[in-house]
Ligand binder design. Structure first.
Ligand code: AMP
Length: 284
């Protein structure tokens, strides 16, 4: 695997590969890799000739009181994992390289960024779309993979690609979970032993909602109540939001549960904020 920090160097290298007709697949990450990330790499690899992964903890997508400074890092371990998966290129720039003094451009996709997580993390998704647009211009991928674990992010990136005409196909990865159901996340490392024991209840609440939907429940408020009632049984779980939204209408509240509904939650366990979700179209 070749490792690049410099933008021009990797851009030129990959442009040459592109000119030679190689198809480039890209998986952007913030590192501290787990099976969620590796599943995306394994999914994209057979679809392209060259696999590129980025590891960059993007400062502009973190709010002032968020966990940017303590976000877990282990580049050596990440490199070993990527070597093992036979990834061809790793791009791991510094903040100064990505955002030189005076950097001021922003990509803003509008209304969709103000719902769900966007309500509680103002500016977060503008930081995500800005860095992803930069990474797309640097790597020039033909295909790129994103996880459904970050459902709102996935939908926003698809919207950006469509509206700004990036010639890139998006591959969607299923949410990878621990054996007890907890969605894998680099942030799971923040959990204490006691918190980790309760964390799978986040998904258990979603499973109860899935069961009700499969049995025919169509009322969004009832579905939200089922999840909320489950979380209320655990004093350590403090939901920030539990919502049913319409993925075809900028994530506005769903008026009925149907194939366009996304059920999404953000839950605090102690100081750690975890998200999880499911798309109704995946379960009916
Ligand atoms: P991150 O490093 O958290 O920014 O995530 C990088 C990519 O991995 C994003 O497309 C995420 O949606 C995806 N991802 C993170 N966790 C999971 C998971 N548990 N299952 C599937 N994809 C994931």
């Amino acid at each position: 695997m070749q490792i690049f920090q410099d933008i021009k160097e990797i851009q030129n290298e990959l442009l040459n590969k592109k000119k030679q007709g190689y198809k480039i697949g890209f998986v952007p990450t913030m590192g501290y890799l787990h099976e969620g990330h590796t599943s995306l790499i394994k999914k994209i690899k057979p679809l392209c000739d060259i696999t590129v992964v980025s590891v960059f903890v993007n400062p502009i997508q973190f709010g002032p009181n968020e966990d940017y400074n303590r976000y877990p890092k282990n580049l050596e371990r990440d490199i070993a994992i990527l070597e093992n998966l036979k990834v061809d290129y790793l791009f791991t720039p510094t903040n100064d390289i990505m955002y030189p003094k005076g950097f001021s451009t922003k990509i803003i996709t509008g209304d969709i960024t103000t719902k769900l997580c966007g309500k509680y993390r103002p500016g977060h998704f503008d930081g995500v779309t800005t860095v992803v647009a930069k990474l797309f211009n640097i790597v020039q991928p033909d295909i790129a993979a994103f996880g459904k674990k970050d459902a709102q992010q996935l939908l926003i990136i698809k919207k950006m690609i469509e509206e700004l005409n990036f010639p890139i196909e998006i591959i969607e990865g299923e949410t990878i979970r621990e054996e007890d159901g907890l969605a894998m996340s680099s942030r799971n490392t923040y959990l204490t032993f006691e918190e980790r024991k309760i964390a799978p209840e986040i998904y258990r609440g979603l499973k109860l909602a899935m069961d009700a939907i499969k049995k025919g429940e169509k009322d969004p408020d009832k579905i939200i109540e089922i999840i909320d009632n489950h979380y209320k049984k655990f004093s350590l779980l403090k939901p920030q939001y539990i919502e049913a939204v319409d993925i075809t209408n900028n994530l506005e509240k769903a008026t009925t549960i149907n194939k366009n509904t996304l059920i999404a939650v953000a839950v605090y366990i102690g100081n750690t904020r975890l998200i999880d979700n499911f798309f109704v179209k995946d379960i009916i």
